[in-house]
Design a protein around this ligand. Structure first.
Ligand code: NAD
Ligand code: DAU
Length: 338
């Protein structure tokens, strides 16, 4: 297959590109704007692969999309602003990229009669105290991030219903693994623990997330791309659910640190309490997750420990300013009280 992979320099998109090139022999063009979260080094090992190419460009730029899409059989869209806390602080780019960007890609797919796979999230369903979301659950997003993703999903479905474009949506739960930007819970806590820095836990730490190893999610997307029914939505959740505090304790064990590093800080506004996904439908296409959380977390901690070349430039760049804005004051106030 010849694929246009949008957002392929990010965490999940690069795992997907690696899997498709190595295991399926696909030809891949990555189109990525290289925001703070997009890193060319995530694709460094694919550079020499025949059939792989990279273009820097934004999905909301129709001319850039038209150039990148030439010769493609399908579009897989990972490109998005993805961090909930940033969407609370500055929602602007979320509307542009996740909303308008998806529209531009849909237009390009419609004009050329291409399949469009939209990578979406369990957050579009909102929070669930008990039970599990299915693909029929109503959309009830809580944050500007999840609202922009829900809007994109509705637009994607409208292109199937209105124009007959072969659209598919895959909604994933919380991913973790190598190359995840350290603004997200697991890599942030791992790097802080390795450095002996405080671990900022929001609220009471009892919010529950459904963890999926990134390679498992990438395979679910490939399965839907190959065998999914146009117009359909597929949930892909991980095998394990876990409260944040347990995740943090497991990271402390893997890094040899003790719980004195934990700092309970002000909760995230509108913080969803629990996510839980039923993946029966995508299992019906022959997919199942292979990596349990304990094993995946151990692998992930080991990867960050062994790959300082990847995270050192991040921790000393834009991320430092972001971290100061997001955590500096609250952690300083806590520190002053002790
Ligand atoms: P990420 O932030 O690591 O990567 C996003 C990528 O998109 C980056 O490479 C960035 O440069 C690129 N990008 C951003 N704006 C762009 C634009 N306007 N044009 C082109 N490229 C642009 O994100 P991720 O965690 O890899 O998430 C990928 C997709 O999966 C997103 O759509 C996200 O909503 C979805 N998702 C993520 C998770 C998760 O737990 N991380 C779970 C479910 C779904
Ligand atoms: O559920 C899928 C979603 O998972 C994706 O769609 C998003 O792109 C991705 O960012 C992720 O969203 P979350 O908000 O669940 O992930 P995050 O890593 O930001 O937070 C996970 C949990 O940890 C959440 O309950 C908030 C908490 N948290 C997070 C950070 C960054 C903390 O307690 N402290 C922190 O410093």
């Amino acid at each position: 297959m010849r694929l246009l992979v949008c957002g392929g320099a990010g965490f999940i998109g690069s795992a997907f590109a690696r899997q498709r090139v190595r295991e399926h022999g696909d030809e891949i063009v990555v189109l990525d704007k290289l925001t703070y979260a997009g890193r060319e080094e995530n694709l460094r090992d694919l550079r020499a692969e025949p059939g792989f190419s990279f273009r820097r460009g934004a999905i909301e730029d129709a001319a850039a999309v038209a150039e990148a899409i030439a010769g493609a059989d399908a579009v897989v869209n990972f490109a998005a602003e993805t961090h909930v806390d940033r969407s609370i602080a500055e929602p602007d780019a979320f509307v542009d990229t996740n909303g308008r960007g998806t529209y531009v890609l849909l237009e390009a797919a419609r004009e050329r009669g291409l399949r469009h796979v939209q990578v979406s999230t369990d957050e579009v369903y909102g929070s669930i105290e008990e039970g599990t979301f299915t693909e029929e659950s109503p959309l009830a997003p809580s944050s500007p991030y999840s609202a922009s993703k829900a809007g994109a999903d509705l637009l994607v479905s409208s292109y199937f219903h209105t124009f007959g474009t072969e659209t598919l949506i895959v909604r994933g739960s919380n991913n973790y693994g190598p190359y995840q930007y350290p603004e997200k819970l697991i890599p942030l806590m791992v790097l802080n623990a390795l450095a002996g820095d405080p671990l900022p836990v929001y609220g009471d730490g009892m919010n529950v997330r459904n963890w999926i190893y990134v390679e498992d999610f990438a395979r679910a997307i490939g399965t839907v791309l190959e065998r999914g029914e146009p117009g359909e939505v597929y949930n892909a959740g991980g095998p394990d659910e876990c409260p944040n505090l347990e995740v943090v304790h497991a990271i402390l064990r893997h890094t040899g640190r003790d719980e004195s590093l934990i700092e309970f800080v002000t909760d995230r506004p509108g913080h969803d309490r629990r996510y839980s996904l039923s993946s029966e439908k995508v299992r019906g296409l022959g997919w199942e997750p292979r990596v349990r959380f304990d094993e995946g977390l151990e692998r992930t901690v080991a990867w960050y420990r062994d790959n300082a070349w990847w995270w050192e430039p991040i921790r000393s760049g834009e991320y430092r300013e972001y971290y100061e804005r997001q955590y500096g004051r609250v952690l300083r106030v806590k520190g002053d009280r002790t």
